[in-house]
Design a binder for this molecule. Structure first.
Ligand code: SF4
Length: 255
């Protein structure tokens, strides 16, 4: 991370930075897309929440083979291109030095065949690259890891609970393989779980976290499940369990 620059807000950077024309954030495209256009289903011009400590643009890839019952982006489960990658590139080219990174999120970004090319393009514009993934495509993740600076890997449950969350059979296997690739790569990463006691009770969560800690996960976050992002979570991790999890990881967050 560019620690010096990330300590400045976007507004401060705009004031301090060189005077230049800034392309507007891309809007959903109205013209026909090129054949095999990347399936970009959403775009956020800047975010501090999607990659902790990094001011980033976020490209949302539309397409995901899983059907998690709590998915907050069901519109991004189906493949389809709403934004033109050429517009996104034009925007990014005028944000060099103003943003630190580009996060590819989804949906499942590794479902996009042109993701490697998109990452290369963003890297060539001097952005650091973050990836959100549920670990659905371990071989694709392994191939992309050398080009990544940070990964947010969703852990859905313990192995026994995966399929009930994802709506797909044998879904724990690829996620476990993806975690192995991620840990072997040494890439900066956070593992996080969206949690509710009806899906995974606290003793099972503790067993899962102990296993992750033993495998070498350094950053772990529990995201209390919300039915609506604007409302408080209906159930929160207990304080004793927060203490127990905090003791397992160098970095732990309950949010
Ligand atoms: S893996 Fe992510 S995008 Fe896919 S269904 Fe689950 S929550 Fe939604």
């Amino acid at each position: 991370m560019n620690a010096a620059s990330s300590s400045n807000s976007l507004a401060e950077r705009l004031v301090a930075g060189p005077r230049r024309a800034l392309a507007s954030p891309p809007c959903p495209a109205t013209r026909p897309m090129p054949r095999h256009a990347p399936a970009i289903g959403g775009f956020t011009p800047f975010s501090t929440a999607d990659w902790p400590g990094t001011l980033s643009a976020v490209v949302f890839i539309a397409g995901c083979p899983w059907r998690c019952h709590y998915c907050h982006n069901p519109a991004l489960q189906t493949r389809g291109a709403d934004y033109d990658w050429r517009d996104v590139q034009r925007f990014l080219a005028t944000r060099r030095g103003l943003l630190d990174g580009v996060v590819f999120s989804g949906g499942e970004p590794l479902s996009e065949p042109r993701l490697y090319e998109m990452v290369d393009t963003a890297r060539a514009l001097d952005f650091r690259i973050g990836l959100h993934t549920a670990g659905i495509y371990p071989a694709r993740l392994a191939a992309l890891l050398p080009a990544l600076d940070w990964v947010g890997l969703d852990i859905k449950a313990d192995a026994a609970g995966y399929d009930a969350i994802t709506g797909r059979r044998n879904s724990a296997g690829p996620a476990v393989q993806s975690l192995a690739h991620l840990l072997a790569s040494g890439c900066d990463a956070e593992c996080r779980i969206t949690w509710h006691p009806d899906w995974l009770d606290e003793p099972r969560l503790l067993a899962l976290a102990t296993e992750l800690s033993g495998r070498g996960v350094h950053r772990f976050a529990v995201q209390n499940a919300r039915t609506d992002a604007t409302r408080a979570a209906p159930a929160r991790l207990s304080t004793p369990m927060q203490h127990a999890l905090r003791a397992l990881f160098p970095s732990f967050e309950c949010r």
